[in-house]
Design a protein around this ligand. Structure first.
Ligand SMILES: O=C(O)[C@H](O)[C@@H](O)[C@H](O)[C@H](O)COP(=O)(O)O
Length: 224
């Protein structure tokens, strides 16, 4: 794991936005399309703001998807798809192809086969950005979740997930898909998450799911 520390979150977001833009461009030099997976939640908005106006990227060849989704309609404030539509898939990036992780059915299980089929075309992920919670979950792979073992060790690409720390059902890319990414970044802000990250290094992925993804990742951190 490589750790990049920044003087503040604003600089981190600009810098990380540039790094990711460079990686997308360089993949596009040698590939017809690039797959780019991003987290939802409260952290990544400013990175999306930094990226969406990047006119030098041929966005029509960028396939954007979430690392995980809360099973709520796009009208919900908690929808990660909504966040993407509002903050990333606008401006120059409006030309990107969006690969959905929400199927509009009553449960994630009802949409699993169709969502997994769509995702299968996008693998391996070219560029992956992950967030992390203070409980050391990443994507929607939560400690104590009902399908934790399957998400960490199984062959499925996508796993429906219910967890004590998550107010609604989720769907998440599996650790297998996340580990397969050609480039992997983890972005965290604040002392609590930094301490959690340090703790995760000596814990098992079952206790600290982020531990499964640390090798080969670059962690980007700013205190505030
Ligand atoms: O839907 C989600 O909640 C995310 O994809 C999730 O994995 C997120 O990255 C972490 O929970 C951190 O969330 P914050 O950035 O809001 O702290």
């Amino acid at each position: 794991m490589k750790l990049n520390e920044y003087p503040d979150a604003e600089m981190m977001m600009m810098d990380l936005g540039n790094t990711i833009a460079g990686e997308l461009e360089s993949h596009l030099l040698t590939n017809d399309s690039v797959s780019f997976a991003v987290p939802g939640g409260t952290t990544p908005g400013p990175i999306f703001d930094a990226l969406c106006g990047a006119k030098h990227i041929d966005w029509a060849r960028v396939h954007v998807m979430l690392t995980d989704e809360r099973w709520v309609p796009e009208t919900s404030e908690r929808s990660n798809t909504r966040l993407l539509r509002e903050r990333l898939l606008i401006d120059a990036a409006a030309a990107a192809i969006y690969v959905p992780l929400y199927g509009g059915t009553a449960t994630p299980e009802d949409s699993l086969a169709i969502l997994e089929a769509g995702l299968a075309h996008e693998l391996p992920l070219s560029v992956l950005l992950l967030g992390m919670g203070a409980d050391m979950h990443t994507a929607s792979i939560f400690p104590g979740a009902d399908k934790l073992d399957e998400a960490l060790h199984g062959d499925a690409l996508l796993v429906p997930m219910r967890a004590p720390g998550a107010p609604e059902p989720r769907i998440t890319l599996s650790a297998k898909v996340l580990k397969g990414a050609m480039s992997r970044h983890i972005v965290i802000i604040g002392t609590e998450k930094r301490e959690a990250l340090e703790r995760a290094k000596s814990l098992s992925p079952k206790e600290a799911p982020i531990a499964a993804l640390l090798a080969g990742s670059t962690v980007h951190w700013a205190e505030s």
